[in-house]
Design a protein around this ligand. Structure first.
Ligand code: URA
Length: 240
């Protein structure tokens, strides 16, 4: 593959912009500056150095963002900044999309990728990838409320009652619940249908993959093959 094409594939701009970057001497190939845009590079063992930053070549981008409150999962946000503002420009330029959406006030695990098949697998209700949330409620969590969430509550846009796969209290007004689908405002609407309301919501995990404690709100990191395998593995309990 030619160097300028590798840069283009990783989101460093148009063909022309990538050629100019290389000619300007701002690009390194595996640690060695290269000024020939047509130099042949091997994507399998390629680390690009661009403007001082290091970018291992990745055919597809899989990343996790610790979403902070006050950001919208949209390229055209209406009332808050976009989560895409938290990512470096090349990731946005190469077209990563949110893998499902979180509300602007929800925090926690947000996956982004430019792999359409991966996005489909992670979000399709047929695949049943589990998501675990921790909700802080306005009123105390009661056994009746937990039973309702486990038995199923009626949502106006669902033909049948919707049930949590698992649900348990974590403190007086907090609970964890696991879902295998992602309807609009699903957690907030289920908790409202069970007679309470959500004051704070955090997505802790997807499948058997939990948000690492050292990933600060607003930070992101690449996901590797082991992370991807855990994401699609069902975790049989809300306990992490
Ligand atoms: N359910 C909600 O109500 N909000 C979210 O952001 C995610 C799940």
């Amino acid at each position: 593959m030619k160097l300028f094409r590798a840069l283009q594939a990783q989101g460093f701009g148009s063909r022309k912009a990538c050629r100019l970057r290389v000619r300007a001497g701002t690009v390194a190939v595996n640690g060695v500056r290269c000024t020939d845009p047509d130099a042949e590079v091997d994507p399998a063992s390629l680390e690009l150095g661009v403007d001082g930053g290091l970018w291992p070549y990745r055919e597809r981008a899989y990343i996790v963002l610790h979403k902070p409150a006050g950001y919208e999962c949209s390229h055209q946000p209406t009332h808050h900044p976009s989560v895409f503002a938290l990512l470096p420009a090349p990731l946005v330029q190469r077209g990563v999309q949110c893998v499902g959406r979180l509300d602007q006030d929800t925090t926690g695990v947000l996956l982004l990728s430019d792999d359409g098949q991966f996005i489909h697998r992670m979000t399709s209700p047929k695949k049943g990838v589990t998501k675990t949330y921790r909700a802080c409620c306005a009123e105390p969590v009661t056994p009746t409320m937990l039973a309702a969430l486990l038995d199923g509550v009626q949502l106006h846009d669902a033909p049948a009652p919707v049930a949590a796969l698992a649900c348990e209290a974590v403190d007086a007004d907090g609970l964890k619940l696991m879902l295998a689908e992602g309807k609009y405002h699903q957690v907030k609407r289920m908790i409202a249908a069970a007679g309470n309301s959500v004051v704070a919501l955090h997505r802790e995990s997807i499948g058997a993959w939990a948000l690492p404690a050292d990933l600060a709100p607003g930070s992101w990191r690449w996901l590797d093959a082991e992370d991807l395998e855990r994401l699609e593995r069902t975790w049989p309990s809300v306990k992490s």
